[in-house]
Design a protein around this ligand. Sequence first.
Ligand code: SF4
Length: 197
Amino acid sequence: MNKVNFDREMTAIMQSFGGERKKLLLHACCAPCSSACLERLKDHFDIKLFFYNPNIEDEEYKKRKAELIRLAKETGWAEICECSHDTEEFYSAVQGLEGCPEGGARCAACFKLRLERTAERAKELGADYFATTLTISPLKDAALINATGYAAGEKYGVKWLPSDFKKHDGYLRSLQLSKEYNLYRQNYCGCIFSLST
Ligand code: SF4
């Protein structure tokens, strides 16, 4: 079966705007990953960053959020959209899946929770599209993330912007921008389970 090129899909969607700017709610997992995604999107969208990550414990959450706010301010590429941070939402979504290896069923449930909440907020805000920075990670399954995004978009009646931000050396670019902006880079995905894998 042919693999879908989500990057090509995203490019075709952006080209279809004919220079008009659209509104995007971008789910952001952290500042380093967001940097290269924002650079790619900023000429096509008015972007609001949605740091909805109940998978991350308090202290680390605050650290990552502060860096994201700083990046948005220093680049002027996006605004921040406030949201709740209730780790119970994550623990209840992954109940029974805690011991799954990274990349397995626990992560699928984690993606679903975060993307559904993003879709819901995008709809409330009247955004044209919603998307996520998660596809920039070489460790994450872009096909699964995009399938989850499309399903969430259908559920909440808002358009999913497909992506595979690791294309065009996106991950490498995130490393360069992290250096340029002196961004804090964590060495684990986010939940307490990923600390031990
Ligand atoms: S490893 Fe990452 S994607 Fe998977 S459940 Fe933990 S925080 Fe979510």
